[in-house]
Design a protein around this ligand. Structure first.
Ligand SMILES: Nc1nc2c(ncn2[C@@H]2O[C@H](COP(=O)(O)OP(=O)(O)OP(=O)(O)O)[C@@H](O)[C@H]2O)c(=O)[nH]1
Ligand SMILES: [Mg+2]
Length: 485
């Protein structure tokens, strides 16, 4: 007679229970493991619910508080701007979460290496063709190589074998990709998350540690003492750190390889700004006791899921006012969650990345990112719910725009209406600004002012000055509308 089954957490009435039912052939040992896993998952889920409930409680808005929304497409720089607010008004909180950013940065590095190796694989045949012909010279001129150019000595065959060796040596590091993604997302996958890979919800920093502890607890017998986030050592992060340390020369060699440089120069390999940043700083990032600097945190990339609320006490003229800042996920699949937050908003900072003129949406590769920003800005300007909101526009990523133009990228190639205007920085930013101003003018029944700033939100000094300006202008409008002056 088979032993009586311990009840599962799946309810018998649940229509999903049929699909989730354990297999008939499950052994006692497998069942025990499954039940432990389920109990563990339930505990984590309850902790998350409790944490969210407490966060909601703490975040309750009082009348007189300022509600500021950060809006804009994915990768525009909203969360980076939020970090600047945090740095300015709650710097200790960034220190507390500093260690958890290591997971994100390792994930960014591992994804970048994976992307380079995959691109090398898919271009293998045409590379061979290029490298055998005169075009090889372009690759060699495209950038310095730490190890010298392998093509000069033995040609394409040597290059291929160097890359094959690097691929083999880097494969254990690359294979940590999904475990890191899982750690960050807490196992939640979102379809269409694309190359950025992982969406995180508000409070992920604490939960990243909790996820690690949950798993640790599963392995240990007996009780464990919860520790401070800073001193908790996530075994996965420790493993990745060791691997990175052991293979940092290979990562550097791959990054400096003439074929990789050549593919980048020919725009066959497109790396995101954060990939380039961390690969450039790989020696520091791969050091055993690496703790991310503030600059590293500002460059780290993780997609926002839903809407994350942050509260800051902003002091102005001796009076402390609570600001509730809402950082939204900008990907198309996330935008439906914005509208409930429009109600009673005081101000919006719309972030539009002007460097993105040569880029297309991850979610829809036919849509140019500047076009998408303009469409989105049109919707925001024309929304009746937002007609009284103080409106600020950040034309962001101006540093990257400058670099692209200096490298000879022509705007007209991607935005034909640009025509034969001069391709210098000033002409380009003014052209984009004029388009946003036009959208605003056409959707401005209430004759409200649009405050525009050219920004690079990874630049702390400049951004904090601009935040100061924005704070003052929002505050003036806020005082007027509250009839306090
Ligand atoms: N160089 C440079 N990088 C920037 C700038 N603004 C943002 N970034 C980088 O761009 C990446 C994306 O920025 P995020 O702040 O995560 O973008 P987001 O708007 O929050 O994106 P979603 O959460 O997906 O909506 C990060 O790696 C940032 O470091 C900028 O002005 N200059
Ligand atoms: Mg974000």
């Amino acid at each position: 007679m088979s032993p009586m089954r311990t009840p599962s957490i799946y309810s018998q009435d649940d229509p999903l229970s049929e699909a989730l039912k354990p297999p008939e052939s499950e052994t006692d040992f497998e069942r025990q493991l499954r039940i432990e896993r389920e109990t563990d998952a339930k505990r984590v889920s309850e902790q998350i619910d409790e944490q969210l409930r407490m966060e909601r409680e703490n975040l309750k808005r009082k009348s007189g508080d300022v509600k500021l929304l950060l809006l804009g497409q994915a990768e525009s720089g909203k969360s980076t701007l939020q970090k600047q607010f945090q740095l300015m008004y709650r710097p200790h909180s960034l220190d507390q979460e500093r260690a958890s950013w290591r997971t994100v940065i390792y994930f960014n590095v591992v994804r970048s290496i994976k992307h380079i190796l995959n691109t090398l694989e898919s271009w293998d045949d045409s590379l061979e063709e290029d490298l055998d012909g005169s075009k090889a010279a372009n690759y060699m001129n495209a950038g310095p190589s730490r190890s010298g150019s392998p093509f000069q000595a033995n040609g394409a065959a040597t290059s291929r074998s160097t890359i094959a060796t690097l691929r083999r040596r880097l494969s254990p590091l690359v294979s940590t990709d999904s475990a890191l993604a899982d750690r960050l997302s807490g196992g939640v996958t979102v379809s269409g998350s694309g190359k950025g890979g992982v969406f995180v919800r508000t409070g992920w920093q604490a939960r990243t540690i909790d996820n690690a502890l949950g798993r640790l607890r599963g392995r240990q017998s007996g009780e464990y003492e919860p520790k401070q986030p800073e001193i908790v050592q996530d075994p996965l992060v420790q493993d990745v750190s060791r691997m990175l340390e052991a293979t940092k020369d290979e990562v550097r060699e791959l990054w400096a390889h003439p074929t990789v440089k050549g593919l980048i120069a020919k725009r066959r390999l497109k790396l995101d700004e954060w990939s380039e940043f961390f690969l450039r700083h790989i020696t520091r990032v791969a050091a055993p006791e690496y703790l991310p600097s503030t600059d590293d945190i500002l460059h780290a990339r993780i997609q926002t899921m839903g809407v994350a609320e942050h509260v800051f006490d902003v002091n102005i003229h001796g009076k402390a006012v609570s600001w509730h800042l809402f950082d939204v996920g900008g990907a198309r699949g996330q935008r439906h969650s914005w509208v409930p937050y429009f109600d009673d908003a005081n101000a919006i900072i719309f972030v539009a990345p002007v460097s993105a003129f040569d880029q297309y949406l991850e979610e829809d590769p036919r849509t140019n990112r500047i076009d998408d920003s303009l469409q989105l800005f049109t919707q925001i300007c024309s929304s009746p719910l937002l007609k009284n909101v103080h409106l600020v526009l950040f034309l962001n990523k101006t540093d990257l725009l400058r670099t692209k133009l200096e490298n000879g990228l022509r705007v007209q190639k991607y935005i034909t209406s640009y025509g034969d205007r001069s391709n210098d920085y000033e002409s380009v930013v003014q052209y984009f600004r004029a388009h946003f101003l036009q959208v605003h003018r056409r959707n401005n029944e209430n004759r409200r002012v649009l405050y525009t700033h050219f920004t690079s939100v990874v630049d702390t000094k400049a951004t904090q000055r601009i935040i100061g300006n924005v704070r003052d202008s929002i505050f003036r409008g806020y005082l007027q509308s509250a009839a306090l002056v």
